[in-house]
Design a protein around this ligand. Structure first.
Ligand code: SAM
Length: 195
């Protein structure tokens, strides 16, 4: 991944574009902000760190779980070939899609549904980014990760999670590394927390 390109695109993004009017004045603060429906746009420095860990390449097919505002999606779309993004709240997805289309990202496929099960139709994926806190490592996501692939996912109880980097070798072996502690909203659904 080209770090300079990542940083330049990250800096060029106006975060206030991704939040509602009442939150725009706080967009410059390095903190998560409410985006409605009890959800948040992630802290910008964490978006950057997680993108670095994921390390998408120009030819990568990326699955993102938890579209939210679309801020992280825009960065993934810039840094990879194709993004498949899943969000369970339809109203959030509608807004995110409008924003991403306005930014001329045409390499994104959108799905409203339970992303804890991944998106089997287009699997396998070279990269999987999960931006909500999973209760356990979802088997379906592990299965949908391509050999040689990487997945970044917060796993743990609602109040604090381990930020996990998973790598799958070309032989299909899974390596799991904890990269730090984070706090995300809950991943709901079959492999997540109860609705
Ligand atoms: N990366 C996003 C951004 O920068 O705006 C923030 C994502 S927010 C922290 C987590 C999102 O995951 C929420 O929009 C929430 O609705 C979504 N989510 C939670 N469980 C989900 C599931 N099972 N499938 C898809 N999306 C889910």
């Amino acid at each position: 991944m080209d770090q300079k390109e990542l940083e330049a695109y990250f800096r060029s993004l106006d975060r206030s574009f991704f939040v509602d009017n009442d939150m725009k004045k706080y967009a410059g603060i390095d903190e998560p902000l409410p985006i409605g429906f009890g959800q948040t746009i992630s802290q910008p420095s964490l978006v950057l760190e997680m993108t670095r860990l994921l390390a998408p390449e120009k030819d990568s097919r990326v699955l993102e779980i938890g579209t939210g505002s679309g801020f992280q999606t825009a960065i993934l779309a810039k840094m990879s070939a194709e993004v498949f993004t899943v969000e369970r709240i339809e109203q959030l997805m509608e807004k995110a899609k409008k924003r991403l289309e306005a930014l001329n990202h045409s390499n994104i496929s959108y799905k409203v549904g339970d992303g804890s099960k991944g998106w089997q139709e287009y699997a396998p994926y070279d990269r999987i980014m999960v931006t909500a806190a999973a209760r356990v490592l979802p088997d379906d996501l592990l299965n949908q990760l391509a050999p040689g692939g990487r997945m970044v996912i917060p796993v743990g109880p609602s109040y604090l999670q381990k930020l996990i980097l998973i790598t799958k070798t070309n032989d299909g072996d899974i390596h799991i590394k904890t990269m730090g502690m984070v706090r995300f909203v809950e991943l709901k659904g079959q492999y997540g927390w109860k609705e």
